[in-house]
Design a protein around this ligand. Sequence first.
Ligand code: GAR
Length: 196
Amino acid sequence: MGKNIAIFASGNGTNAENIIRCFQSRSDSPVVVLVVANRPQAKVLERAENLNVPAVYIPKEKWETGGAVLDLLTRYKVDFIVLAGFLAKVPDMVLHAYPSRIVNIHPSLLPKFGGKGMYGDRVHRAVVEAGERETGITIQYINERYDEGIIIAQYRCPVHPDDTPDDVAARVHALEYEHYPKVIKRLVMSLWALLP
Ligand code: GAR
């Protein structure tokens, strides 16, 4: 087990960029060696390239079997996988090759506002419509089912009565940028420290 991370993402990639920047600024951090996207137009690909991180698009049909994804991870000697706005299923083959080594971030306090189809702005809209007074983020290991993996950490923020979904999104994103890199670093470094 080394300290090489791959980030899987589907869209904008602001979390991916934040994680890459945090880790590039410190020599004692894990290293993001690869970014993988499941959409060719995902902005995350451009963000990664601008930061000199190899960025690869893998088309939908190849995610169904998983062999091509696993080959890529092996080629880049990836030890740990971080999902950051990744909206597809991780193939079972990859899941089994990385036991307890794949983490996800979800923009609500799971089990609230989770499950298939609940992602990004849809979550913030649902939080506002439900009249919640609090929301936050959940960092979890993944398993075969959406948003049901073991929870590693949760962080909270208020929802004010006049908040729009965009207001909530901004507050939640700020929590993500603050905490996700720290939690990833803690997990990767503790796995690494267990090595003989
Ligand atoms: C993040 O808020 C992340 O928590 C969420 O997508 C957003 C991606 O933003 N993930 C999910 O909803 C997963 N169910 P980003 O592309 O700017 O990092």
